[in-house]
Design a protein around this ligand. Structure first.
Ligand SMILES: Cc1ncc(COP(=O)(O)O)c(C=O)c1O
Length: 404
């Protein structure tokens, strides 16, 4: 189409959203579909936070705010970084945006020149490569393997970096694999980064609180304080506080970068919703005990899901340490022909087969730059998860029987 920019024509719409929307339209057409393609907790926003939002409306806190966010929220974020991450920022080094997503976008827009490279381990979140392209950069994928628990290996990082590299984007716990980088994993990457002083680090910590068992969350600026002056730490309330729709993300980093991100935001969205900002102050400073309930519910679901998926012939997955996704290998099942006569060539074909035959929506791994996998979200009720796993098992058994 003549109107579109060349930048946009290279950009793909989000496959996660596409699968969720397809599930919705099939449901509207009368089919029963269990949606396990979503990237958000199924819990409601805790009541005390929701009430703070209502109180903000009633108190007339409904006007424009400063671009970087209201002062009490930035103070609460400074305190959060200090308390939970041992990171020291001033309030000026903090900015608040319309979700972590916008902050990642603003950071890239503020820093990328045409042709600058942005490296990131894959499988990665669907939006990383597309955001880089939208901002004139070149996405550089560094594949990780199941054998390494989907953790970026230092030698692979070193091999990917060069004079054009501007950013390393790291996401832990990871969407889609659930992999969590330990402090020593990050130390090993920091060693490499010290040899590349021009490379900045973008630490996407949005799933910080969703780690299970004995695993401890770690973030680069705290693990390698000497790299803090070239690290942007991005976080938000979406996943940890079940507040995806409120659209509040935040970032801490070097002043010059934060100021530049504020310029981008000031000329685009201005700021995120004033009501959401007030509710987020309560989220960050109020009672945090519900998070233990979220965590134990997710852990129980994860364990049940991993067991069920590994019981499906031809599917396998390791136990992820964080987030709320299982990333299952479906390569053994590709090449089979469905009872309807269609040969399943790709993970997309397999995901469509699950949608049509099992009535379960998952996201194909190719959307995360990892062919041959599917991402299954366990942010759904135990009942839905059990039904979905049974249906997947039955659909795969049917597939295998048809090819026996
Ligand atoms: C890895 C990752 N980063 C960032 C985000 C964006 O979160 P927010 O809702 O704060 O924009 C998501 C949401 O799916 C995500 O999976």
């Amino acid at each position: 189409m003549g109107i579109l920019s060349s930048k946009l024509s290279a950009v793909k719409p989000s496959q996660t959203k596409a699968m969720t929307e397809l599930a919705e339209s099939m449901r509207a057409a009368g089919k029963t579909i269990i949606t396990l393609s979503q990237g958000e907790p199924d819990f409601d926003t805790p009541e005390h936070i929701a009430k703070a939002g209502i109180a903000a409306i009633q108190a007339g806190k409904t006007r424009y705010t400063s671009v970087a966010g209201i002062a009490p929220l930035r103070e609460a974020i400074v305190e959060k970084f200090r308390r939970e991450n041992n990171l020291t920022y001033t309030a000026e080094q903090i900015t608040v945006g319309c979700g972590a997503k916008q902050l990642l976008f603003s950071a890239l827009m503020a820093t990328l020149d045409e042709g600058d490279e942005v490296v990131f381990p894959t499988p990665c979140w669907v939006s990383y490569p597309e955001m880089v392209k939208l901002n004139g950069g070149v996405p550089v994928a560094i594949p990780t393997s199941v054998g390494n628990g989907f953790i970026l290996q230092p030698d692979d990082l070193r091999a990917a970096l060069n004079d054009n590299s501007k950013w390393l984007m790291l996401n832990s716990p990871s969407n889609p694999t659930g992999a969590v980088y330990s402090a020593s994993d990050l130390q090993a990457l920091a060693e490499v980064l010290r040899d590349f002083p021009k490379v900045w680090i973008l630490s996407d910590d949005i799933y910080e609180h969703l780690v299970y068992g004995d695993v401890e969350f770690a973030t680069m600026a705290a693990v390698a304080p000497d790299l803090a002056d070239r690290t942007l730490t991005v976080n938000g309330v979406s996943k940890s506080y079940a507040m995806t729709g409120w659209r509040v993300g935040y970032a801490g980093g070097p002043l010059e970068l934060i100021k530049a991100m504020n310029t981008v935001q000031g000329q685009s969205t201005s700021h995120t919703c004033s009501i959401s900002q007030h509710a987020s102050v309560t989220a960050l400073t109020g009672d945090q005990s519900f998070m233990n309930e979220f965590r134990s519910a997710f852990k129980a679901r994860r364990d049940a899901m991993v067991t069920s998926i590994n019981a499906v012939p031809g599917l396998s997955c390791d136990t992820p340490d964080g987030a709320f996704y299982v990333f299952a290998d479906c390569r053994e099942l590709l090449g089979n022909v469905t009872p309807g006569g269609k040969r399943l060539e790709t993970d997309m074909d397999f995901a469509m087969y699950l949608m049509e035959v099992a009535g379960v929506a998952v996201v194909p791994g190719s959307g995360f730059l990892a062919d041959g996998f599917i991402r299954i979200s366990y942010a759904a009720s135990e009942m839905e998860l059990a039904s979905a796993c049974d249906a997947i098992h039955a659909a795969v058994t049917q597939l295998i029987d048809a090819n026996a």
